[in-house]
Ligand binder design. Structure first.
Ligand SMILES: [Zn+2]
Length: 155
């Protein structure tokens, strides 16, 4: 059993309903949040730091030449797709509320080479994206395209 697999795939959809989680910026332990992703307390229980940060954790659907699957993409790989940190993206979508729904439009259909790994946790349902490489030569991270769209539509 085992082995990472590298696949060529097309991105079908990104689930942005719950795309990030909060960790302590000092010790990187997860800070639990309520259902809305906002917490009442942002103080780390472990090191008492009061500076949380957001990390990506995104479910996405991809199509390989043999199947369609849902995979989970954590911070490092997601940053390649988005072109900014989860914190930056979160603030960008707060300032430009319409952009969250546009992420799918700008990323859908992009072709990537992804390395998928089996989750360490046997109960986890989805393979994780260990790395992602855009294959289209004109690929732009989502934040770049969204910033361009915002500046053209606001005039
Ligand atoms: Zn901490």
């Amino acid at each position: 059993m085992q082995a990472d697999q590298t696949v060529l795939c097309t991105l079908l959809a990104v689930d942005l309903n719950d795309y990030c989680y909060r960790v302590c910026s000092r010790c990187e332990r997860v800070i639990p949040s309520d259902n809305n992703g906002v917490t009442s307390s942002s103080v780390c229980k472990f090191c008492k730091s009061k500076v949380p940060k957001l990390l990506y954790r995104i479910l996405m659907s991809i199509a390989t030449d043999t199947s369609v699957k849902t995979v989970i993409c954590f911070d490092r790989a997601a940053t390649v797709l988005f072109g900014c940190s989860a914190d930056e993206f979160f603030h960008f979508t707060k300032l430009n509320p319409s952009t969250a729904s546009m992420v799918n439009q700008v990323l859908d259909g992009e072709v990537f080479r992804m390395t998928l790994t089996r989750p360490h946790n046997r109960n986890a349902q989805h393979m994780r994206v260990a790395s992602v490489v855009p294959l289209r030569s004109g690929f732009q991270p989502a934040i770049v395209t969204l910033t361009q769209l915002c500046s053209t539509t606001s005039h």
